[in-house]
Design a protein around this ligand. Structure first.
Ligand SMILES: Cc1cc2nc3c(=O)[nH]c(=O)nc-3n(C[C@H](O)[C@H](O)[C@H](O)COP(=O)(O)OP(=O)(O)OC[C@H]3O[C@@H](n4cnc5c(N)ncnc54)[C@H](O)[C@@H]3O)c2cc1C
Length: 176
């Protein structure tokens, strides 16, 4: 799950995307074209605090970061982050008679991979060329499944690089 807030960007030297791992998951921040900055905590659904405490815990967790808090600047604690799904998923079947799924509807990727936009564009372009050939669309579906298994291997590699919290559920699940 992603707990996401967009705040005015301080426009400081941290212009790019930042990620920072923490025991319960990892933080993500990137500037938006409209002068705001996204601040998000990615964790597992079962590790989220109860709804009544969720926003306050998010703010306290942000305060405890090393890098993200600098990029975020001052955020008033009454602003609540929105909750979004951010899990990896692959639809099956992805194609049928007179329909096919593309983009996030076909396959959604772990946000750490930054694979969402490029996959959506490439799969969408290929589906556009394949339509209405059902066989070609089914080949596309098997390629998306192949991509998903490569994604899984890459995901295991990157999550394996963080060695500080092997017993924390978020990391333990991804490192065994
Ligand atoms: C906070 C955040 C950060 C992300 N960062 C990255 C990143 O750094 N790199 C990366 O590669 N990916 C990133 N992603 C993922 C990426 O945004 C998606 O994987 C990608 O946009 C999927 O493209 P899509 O075309 O499937 O869906 P979308 O981009 O969501 O487009 C779907 C469009 O359909 C419209 N729509 C919905 N319902 C209807 C309807 N009924 N009628 C008409 N229109 C409709 C929506 O308004 C939307 O414009 C991020 C996602 C989030 C939420």
């Amino acid at each position: 799950m992603a707990q996401v807030l967009a705040v005015p960007d301080r426009g400081d030297a941290i212009a790019g995307t930042i990620i920072e791992s923490v025991p319960e998951g990892w933080w993500y921040s990137t500037p938006l074209p409209d002068g705001r900055r996204v601040i998000a905590l990615l964790t597992d659904a079962d590790l989220l605090p109860a709804e009544a405490e969720r926003s306050a815990r998010w703010h306290r967790a942000l305060e405890a970061t090393v890098h993200l808090r600098t990029a975020a600047g001052e955020i008033t604690v009454d602003v609540e982050p929105a909750l979004h799904r951010a899990d990896t998923s692959v639809l099956h079947p992805m194609v049928g008679e007179r329909w096919c799924a593309i983009g996030d509807a076909a396959a959604a990727w772990d946000p750490l991979s930054s694979q969402g936009v490029v996959s959506a564009v490439l799969v969408g372009a290929r589906a556009g060329r394949a339509i209405p050939d059902l066989v070609a669309l089914q080949e596309l579906e098997s390629d998306v499944h192949l991509l998903a298994s490569e994604h899984g291997a890459l995901q295991a590699h990157y999550y394996g690089l963080e060695r500080r919290w092997p017993d924390e559920p978020f990391w333990h699940r991804r490192q065994t």
